[in-house]
Design a protein around this ligand. Structure first.
Ligand code: NAP
Length: 291
């Protein structure tokens, strides 16, 4: 029987997850497919339960705006999902009580792995732009880096103060010294000892960044610059950082890393990374269907 996998979210029409996972299933010869499903917040719990109850349900990703709602829905949570207070992957586990799904957060595992690939960032300050769901996953990743990979401090810069303050509290509770400031009042050139910069806002273009003046002196200290936001090509943040000599990580790499972790949890197989990366870099969007 073919297994069906889904992305539950709204909007999902621009997601690259279907093309990425379908390419991976094909490459490994698995009888499975993946589709994006647009679900409103009001319908999420009922619609997700109906999909999960199907015999051919293989697993799912969960994205905006359902990641927090999915927490209450799962029979068990991974430590990453518990710490983030958000689930991006539903894994079928028949040993669990109904609805027999475990909630995972592979955004956390992906960011932690990517930061681990840049050991020069350890022991320095991390700068996080944004204080929403992706930023919360970054905080959990940064606060749970393995020995030797820990950051000295986290600075959270956000458009509005309250979400940044509460995320800083969360970081401190997890043992990571953290402070919050407003994004447009803190150009990165003023910060010293920065080892990593992660953008977890949707800002991508030159117009997005122009008012903030944030990109001035970005290259100071050559931090690794990771952009969660992505488009067809590199974002302005990544272009600016690369021109300043910083190592950069495209949001599509984060997408592939979290997708590969979800794929492995669902199938028990190592994800075909090169196939998934090629699919993501060659495609723009896939059709979705609505409940
Ligand atoms: P979210 O929960 O809605 O949070 C959005 C954040 O961006 C908030 O901190 C918000 O600030 C800030 N923001 C929004 N518009 C802004 C603007 N015009 N100027 C300055 N700040 C702005 O969204 P999310 O789930 O965290 O996602 C954030 C980005 O990460 C999205 O682009 C998403 O596609 C991307 N993402 C990528 C991956 C990947 O695999 N590459 C995974 C997850 C997310 P306020 O608090 O002031 O509203």
């Amino acid at each position: 029987m073919p297994r069906h996998y889904y992305l539950f979210g709204r909007p999902v029409s621009a997601s690259l997850s279907p093309v990425m996972h379908n390419a991976a299933f094909r490459a490994l010869g698995l009888d499975a497919d993946y589709a994006a499903v647009e679900i409103t917040p009001e319908d999420f719990l009922g619609a997700a339960a109906a999909f999960i109850a199907r015999d051919d349900f293989g697993g799912a990703n969960v994205t905006i705006p359902h990641k927090q709602a999915a927490v209450a829905f799962c029979a068990r949570l991974s430590p990453e999902a518990t710490a983030a207070g958000a689930v991006n992957t539903l894994v079928v586990d028949s040993s669990l009580p109904s609805p027999c799904v475990r909630g995972e957060n592979t955004d956390v595992t992906a960011i932690r792995a990517i930061l681990g690939d840049h050991p020069s960032a350890a022991g320095r300050t991390a700068v996080l732009l944004g204080a929403g769901g992706a930023a919360a996953a970054c905080v959990v990743a940064m606060a749970t880096m393995p020995a030797g990979g820990a950051f000295a401090k986290l600075v959270i810069l956000n458009r509005t103060a309250a979400p940044a303050e509460s995320l800083a509290v969360k970081a401190r509770r997890m043992g990571l010294p953290a402070e919050a400031a407003l994004l447009d009042r803190a150009p990165i050139g003023r910060l010293t000892g920065v080892g990593a910069v992660i953008n977890a806002t949707p800002l991508r273009t030159a117009d997005d960044w122009a008012p903030a003046g944030f990109l001035d002196a970005l290259g100071h200290g050559r931090p690794v610059v990771i952009d969660m936001a992505y488009g067809r090509g590199p974002t302005v943040l990544l272009k600016t950082a690369a021109a300043a000599g910083c190592p950069v990580v495209d949001g599509r790499e984060v997408l592939v890393a979290q997708g590969a972790a979800s794929f492995a949890l669902w199938t028990g197989r190592a994800a075909p990374l090169a196939v998934m990366r090629k699919a993501v870099y060659n495609e723009r969007s896939q059709p979705c269907f609505a409940t």
